[in-house]
Design a protein around this ligand. Sequence first.
Ligand code: C2E
Ligand code: CA
Ligand code: CA
Length: 419
Amino acid sequence: MRESLNAHNLGHMFASLSELVCALEQDQVIPAFQPIVELRTGKLRGFEVLARWNHPDVGPVLPENFIALAEDNGLIGELTNQVFRKAFLAGRQIGDLRLAVNISPRQMRYSSLPGQIWNSAEDAGFPLNQLTIEITESALLENLEQAGKIACALKEMGCRMSLDDFGTGYSSLKHLQALPFDQLKIDRSFVESMATRRESRKIVAAIVGLGHSLDLVTVAEGVEEDDQAELLLRLGCQLAQGFRYGRPLPADSLPAVMVAKPISVAIRASEDAILDALPAQRLAEMQAIYDGAPVGLCFVDRTLRYVSLNRRMGKMNGLPVEEHLGQRIVTLFPQWYKTHESYLQAALAGEAVDRIEIEEPGEYRGRPGRKVLASFYPVKDEAEEVIGISMALMEMRRRTMPTAEEAAAAELALEAAQD
Ligand code: C2E
Ligand code: CA
Ligand code: CA
């Protein structure tokens, strides 16, 4: 047996059916174990079990060369049994960590599947509540009802269900709704390009956001670079797997992997790439900061319609937040508009107007005149085009200038609003 089951030193070959039959008879298909870690800390959480054909002449052969052949010839059940049995035996050395195994979507047709998994785990003494079943979504399609029954049986046995290669199939959302998944695996193809392609970042952010909304754990596959790990962590992805953390290894390497030092993520300063992909969770966080700010904050689009505002701004304007949305400033507050028009126009032209004192007109919504400290910032898109204005207003009642604390709080809130 070679000391590593890395993809790099695997012989590539395309097997014939008779060779595969022979391999199964001689018990040559074995599991490799790839670490799955918690992104934030780098701590080991478990392993994905990946089949390897330990060929006597060419060494370990990758599953792409034999899984389809096994599936097409009714051998996938036997192959899986061989791999699982060995994986569960090896799994006795991993304490309370998890094992994730792959099920061919075709196997989700057979009602005997849960019983087989139960037996293999029981024989080896591996607890089923430490087992995750990964299913690739593409081929679940045909028999969703039967797949649902089997998935429920597996869940009743204590297993968790994971939807593999999410985002690559034709009806990911349909599967998510139909089957009781606990986990989503973000396909490697999105992770690979997320540090360089905005579209991939958006897709990954959307998947992680979906995971949060549906209370599913998200696992990123194929994490190779530090940049990818950092982006994923900032997006709120929980688990990761990939060469950055470890390649698939044979069972006898498990003890060494388990005592290895965790590989955590070093956080650098915020970058556009990160802000670009703010997930729902971060948006909610932003909204809380926004609403709690001791300053009136709002964003208006190019036509000076309110797109968002915080409660303080609503209060200062004497109108509930929702009655502002979609309305033009000039329609709601014609007087105010007149006094502030030049600043609004300057901001639309790309010029920031920072903290100026303004006398508000006395007749303004029936209130006495007041002094405010106002800022108008142009908000730009990736092409540097102004898409609207971020405004901050602070009443100055007692003194002409805010205290240092008020000014610092206002600045923080403004920064958050601009993000
Ligand atoms: P998968 O479930 O998506 O497995 C992840 C694949 O990504 C593995 O390939 C793994 O070696 C590879 N990988 C992991 N980290 C990285 C990385 O950072 N960069 C790159 N470039 N690749 C990475 P592998 O072992 O060749 O497995 C391929 C596929 O074969 C698996 O895809 C899975 O669908 C299938 N498979 C493997 N074992 C079994 C099995 O026992 N039963 C069934 N039904 N399918 C299996
Ligand atoms: Ca998998
Ligand atoms: Ca996958």
